[in-house]
Design a binder for this molecule. Structure first.
Ligand code: CMP
Length: 140
């Protein structure tokens, strides 16, 4: 089925100047960008986004990293978009990410891991609404 998923190009990848290369991977895989913006997150916005990790030991570092520079937030649309994006990203820890995936090619560590992608339909719905108003998403 055609799905939408939330993708974030994280501060490490923005700093490396690989926004275009990452978007190209999505497009080449048949995913379409239907919304996008560059923003600098603050503690409240990043903490709210990752609220499910609030009790995890890495939460503080995660919020610190996600607020360290601008990010590019997008809504990707396509057939099985949620799983397709996760396949393109590779494992959360770049050391475990399969060759040719975004994290294998652009990420340095489990914190600075280049991209985020929604992990389920329920997360996608919440995460898209967290960053985009309905009228900011352009149907194609
Ligand atoms: P992301 O998919 O954005 O979701 C939560 C982020 O927490 C994850 O990517 C990692 O960048 C970061 N993180 C840091 N340590 C861990 C860990 N031990 N397990 C999972 N995620 C972690």
């Amino acid at each position: 089925a055609v799905e939408r998923t939330l993708s974030i190009i994280k501060p490490d990848a923005v700093a490396k100047n690989v926004i275009g290369e990452i978007l190209t991977r999505f497009e080449k895989a048949g995913l379409t960008v239907v919304a996008a913006k560059m923003i600098k997150l603050d503690d409240e916005k990043a903490g709210g986004f990752y609220a499910e990790h609030k009790e995890r030991p890495f939460f503080k570092d995660l919020v610190g990293f996600m607020t360290s520079g601008p990010v590019v937030v997008q809504v990707l649309e396509g057939e099985n978009a949620i799983a397709a994006n996760r396949e393109l990203m590779g494992a959360t820890n770049p050391k475990e990410a399969a060759a040719g995936t975004i994290r294998a090619d652009f990420a340095e560590s489990i914190d600075a891991n280049a991209v985020h992608g929604s992990d389920s339909a329920a997360s996608a719905e919440r995460e898209i609404a967290y960053f985009f108003a309905a009228e900011e998403i352009c149907a194609r």
